[in-house]
Design a protein around this ligand. Structure first.
Ligand SMILES: [Zn+2]
Length: 413
């Protein structure tokens, strides 16, 4: 009898130590950061990844969900979005083009978003209070070098060099170091680099990288990436036409290799006007892949050629980038660019931000922002998203139970 009690106590202890909240069973895990590309079960406990192993016993968890035939990846990290939504804040002067993060990210597997400079130092506290601190999505931010943020591209706002104060931007970044990951220079249309130089100055003061959106520049891109930007700084809208990324023979311009060697990062930032196949196709086919895939998410891009993170990722699959590399460019690479190495992977101990993706096979079309089209044979879709171990999107109701006979507390008729 004593022996039986001891055995019972022992097995209960063993279970409580090993017992998981959830096991995602039988999926193909792609976790580039940890070198995993194989069928593995993923176990979650207390909002964190507790085990990534083959053949975990289904009985070892409160709940087990079969995800065989699907890919299990780290929650996607989109480092170029605009989510300072609300009654006032724009991305251009004529209205609020920002979108609500939870409404668009989870359904595309995105668990971390980085707002790319919608707010400047003047209204960053409001952005933090109203969006960053209330979203379920992990929202991080780049502070715009312009004090009022991205309110318009006219002379009074984005072109106003007198509202660019590196010290005040750096101070605000330091006070919010838990969520501010970079400084943003945007939409600068002048024949000089003042906006970039001020952003770099703020970046030096706050010890943060800078993201610059080239394309509006009436000045050499080569100077930007081989001279103005530092190692670790990010050039977004990379494949935007007519940036001179190819030489006269259609080969990748030599200076791009020089810039990459210097440590400058090239980010997609697709958006509503910044992704063109005449640049993207030859560059990608010649092996000049992006360091990070991002959407430039706003109300003008989600119903255009961009659609969502998975559509942009599928575009790169169609251009010939291998699946595991597309996942790397959408998870661990962007996490490292924003210096958050704890994100973008699902090693044991990491926050359980997870995407469960299906890879559809068929005939699919992908367009650039001008309507130029290519075809692809694969498309990524989102089946399930977990944020901190919690299921926040479940396309086929895999976490549900057959309703007949289940004790689901339906209201009594
Ligand atoms: Zn943008």
């Amino acid at each position: 009898m004593k022996f039986a009690v001891a055995l019972l106590t022992f097995s209960w202890l063993a279970f409580s130590q090993q017992g998981f909240d959830l096991i995602l069973k039988g999926g193909h895990v792609i976790d580039p950061r940890n070198g995993v590309d194989a069928v593995r079960d993923v176990a979650i406990r207390g909002g964190r990844i507790a085990a990534v192993e083959p053949g975990l016993p289904a009985g070892g968890a409160t709940r087990t969900i079969d995800v065989s035939g699907l890919y299990v990846t780290p929650g996607l990290v989109d480092i170029h979005v605009h989510v300072f939504w609300g009654p006032r804040h724009g991305v251009t002067a004529d209205g609020d083009h920002c979108v609500q993060p939870d409404a668009v990210g989870f359904r595309a597997g995105v668990t971390t978003m980085v707002d790319a400079g919608s707010a400047g130092w003047r209204d960053f506290p409001e952005f933090r209070r109203r969006v960053i601190d209330t979203a379920q999505t992990r929202v991080l931010a780049m502070i715009n070098i312009v004090g009022v943020g991205m309110l318009g591209e006219d002379d009074a706002v984005d072109q106003n060099q007198f509202d660019m104060n590196p010290q005040l931007v750096a101070d605000m970044a330091r006070r919010n170091a838990d969520v501010v990951v970079a400084i943003k220079s945007a939409h600068w249309r002048q024949k000089n680099f003042i906006s970039v130089e001020k952003a770099v100055e703020a970046g030096n003061l706050a010890n943060l990288p800078v993201m610059v959106d080239f394309g509006y520049f009436d000045k050499p891109y080569q100077v930007l990436v081989t001279d103005k930007l530092r190692s670790g700084d990010i050039s977004t809208h990379f494949y935007r036409w007519p940036a001179p990324l190819l030489d006269a023979n259609g080969k990748v311009a030599e200076y791009l290799y020089v810039a990459r060697k210097r440590g400058v990062k090239f980010d997609v930032g697709h958006g509503g006007g910044s992704f063109h196949f005449p640049n993207a196709e030859p560059l990608v086919r010649q092996g000049f892949w992006p360091d990070s895939i991002s959407t430039d998410l706003h109300s003008g891009s989600i119903n255009g050629a961009m659609i969502n993170m998975l559509n942009v990722m599928s575009k790169f699959l169609a251009l010939g980038v291998p699946l595991s590399e597309v996942i790397r460019e959408s998870t661990s690479n962007p996490a490292l660019e924003i210096r958050r190495p704890q994100l973008g992977h699902i090693g044991v101990g990491a926050d359980a931000d997870v995407a469960v993706l299906r890879l559809e096979h068929g005939k699919f079309g992908y367009v650039d922002v001008k309507g130029g089209r290519i075809e692809g044979s694969r498309r990524l879709g989102c089946e399930m998203t977990l944020r901190g171990g919690k299921i926040v999107f479940d396309f086929n109701g895999r976490a549900g139970v057959p309703w007949r006979g289940a004790n689901l507390d339906y209201p009594v008729r």
